[in-house]
Design a protein around this ligand. Structure first.
Ligand SMILES: O=C(CO)COP(=O)(O)O
Length: 252
């Protein structure tokens, strides 16, 4: 059975003291990593401190983005080498907000996924359609293309370690959750795409999260679906109690 991954994506929220307080409030109650992987995706300035504060616990720290080069003249960017050096273990790649607002595309996403593996970071690769694309029945084709391009050139072993997050853009921060059936339908499709593009073993192992208005009230139903292996959570991950409820749901 695939282990669930619950990741809280804080986006551009909190200041350092609040981030540290969150770790202090959660770290002793995070379920064992044998049962669920619990991750907070924090802004860059908090990463060093949070890795330090969460050391020896089952709470893992992720970055929300990175550049694909190791170093160089890229003012304002952060490299995988820097993240690895801090003790960060996961990195979100290709979030829809980065694709929409910061010019990320399938090519940069693919480069970043390779860079993550070159530095032993686990990528959480985001895909998902807009409302318009859903209404035009383009969801399956779009997500298929995003997944194929994001994972292009990876080995089977790397695909097995990858986390794909299916986040329909119309469900992000809107309170509109995809129904669990809608969410699962796309996650099943993603698994089939991985099977075709790589192998049955890779498809069986790859973890596929759902993201978009996940909260304590709907997480159980989403996680009960056959192809949903976790959640990437924005708003409901900001408060310690709510995050703990979500990771406990993942450990059931
Ligand atoms: O974008 C998301 C997580 O990456 C989802 O955000 P919300 O949970 O706030 O809808």
């Amino acid at each position: 059975m695939r282990k669930k991954v619950i990741a809280g994506n804080w986006k551009m929220n909190k200041v350092l003291k609040e981030a540290e307080q969150f770790v202090a409030d959660t770290k002793d109650n995070i379920p064992s990593s044998d049962k669920v992987e619990s991750v907070v995706c924090a802004p860059y300035p908090f990463l060093a401190s949070l890795v330090d504060k969460a050391a020896g616990t089952d709470l893992k720290v992720a970055a929300q983005n990175m550049h694909y080069e190791d170093n160089g003249a890229f003012t304002g960017e952060v490299s995988p080498v820097m993240l690895k050096d801090l003790g960060v273990t996961y990195v979100v790649i290709g979030h829809s907000e980065r694709r929409e607002l910061f010019g990320e595309n399938d090519d940069t996403v693919n480069k970043k996924v390779h860079a993550a593996f070159n530095h032993q970071l686990t990528p959480i690769v985001c895909v998902g359609e807009t409302l318009e694309q859903r209404e035009n029945n383009e969801t399956m084709t779009l997500v298929e293309n995003q997944v194929k391009q994001a994972l292009a050139g990876l080995t089977d072993d790397q695909v097995k370690q990858t986390i794909v997050a299916y986040e329909p853009i119309w469900a992000i921060g809107t309170g509109k959750t995809a129904t669990s059936e809608q969410a699962n339908e796309v996650c099943t499709h993603i698994r089939n795409v991985v099977k075709e593009a790589f192998s049955a073993d890779a498809a069986e192992a790859v973890r596929i999260q759902y993201g978009g208005s996940v909260k304590p009230a709907n997480v159980d139903e989403l996680l009960a679906q056959s192809d949903i292996d976790g959640a990437l959570v924005g708003g409901a991950s900001l408060e310690a109690d709510s995050f703990l409820t979500l990771v406990e749901a993942g450990a059931k």
